[in-house]
Ligand binder design. Sequence first.
Ligand code: NAD
Ligand code: WQD
Length: 343
Amino acid sequence: MSSTVLVTGGLGYIGSHTVVALIEAGHRPVIVDDLSNSSIAVLDAIASLTGTRPTFCQLDVADRGALTAVFDDENIDSVIHFAGLKAVGESVEHPLRYYVTNYGATLSLLSEMMAQGVHDLVFSSSATVYGVTETVPIDEDAPLGAINPYGATKLGIEGMLEDVASTGGWRIALLRYFNPVGAHPSGAIGEDPAGIPNNLMPYLMQVAVGRREQLMVFGDDYDTPDGTGIRDYIHVMDLAEGHLAALDHLREGCRAFNLGTGAGASVLDVLAAASLAVGEAIPYVIAPRRAGDAACVYADVTRARSELDFSATRTLEEMCVDHWRWQSLHPYGFAGPDTVESL
Ligand code: NAD
Ligand code: WQD
């Protein structure tokens, strides 16, 4: 059934792909984004990809008055809440920034939803809520713990949403993403990190496109088959479809779901698949371990499969091919070389 979905942070990496999926499924997304980590060019790209230019309001979700105006004007049925800060390292350096932004936006949004009688919510959580765990696969009942301020905000917001849902009438899905990578197969939208990428895939793609010299592989002495860290990479198009499945299967209360593939790939596996996609070897060096990294993290995806009827289908090869198409078409992202630092 078609519905109007407020998408906070809808011009960001995961939000923009989800907006495309929503439009293609016949929904009407209404995007709010303050453009703090995205470009207005994403809206044009969504319009040319889908033939529909979604309603967009540039605002900070923490600005309750601006949010009220959107709810008053747009007849919102449900909300997908992506907006927030997400860089682990930055959160350690500037913890207050993370608490203020991530809690502030969520408190404003929840208060407005309560006032407007909108009680259906899908929230972007993260596998980071599992802390550093040695037991894989990780299911949703695994112990929770934050190891940095970013993770603390995700964990805190999950708790906040459980409390709100316990008052009755709310239908909330907490989606714990594992490692989102890849891009829309057109190459028209994709991940566009500001500054030096924190994550493996955008970093190695910037090496491949000539913006950085080499990848540093953080440790080759882990207790894994090739000694490098193992993660559960999920194609952003699969992730986008996971949001549609979550919206379709919202139930009374608050329920957490892992969104991953259920399989792990090592850093060297990703390097090999990315090199194939790019068509040449991507230079790398082995570097010391990165503080706080676990050896091996992948999801138990049983709950999403059985309760949301959702399974990721795209392979690591597709993730790399699609990410590379985006990166090679937009070597400097949406901003262009003049406004982006190079090496
Ligand atoms: P992103 O930075 O690309 O997208 C977030 C968007 O929200 C940006 O467009 C930004 O401009 C906007 N935004 C930030 N604060 C805002 C505010 N106060 N008001 C309005 N707009 C605001 O990030 P992403 O990778 O698309 O991540 C989306 C969500 O998923 C985040 O909540 C993130 O924590 C979560 N998540 C991401 C990953 C990942 O690896 N990308 C993994 C797990 C969870
Ligand atoms: C993956 C693997 C690294 C970079 C992070 C956040 C998590 C979530 C997803 C938001 C690890 C190795 C990395 C590099 C490398 N984000 N690596 N060289 O750490 O699993 O998760 O992103 O919620 O909260 O912590 O992802 O992409 O940083 O690392 O060798 O330059 O690649 O050591 O084994 P991670 P990642």
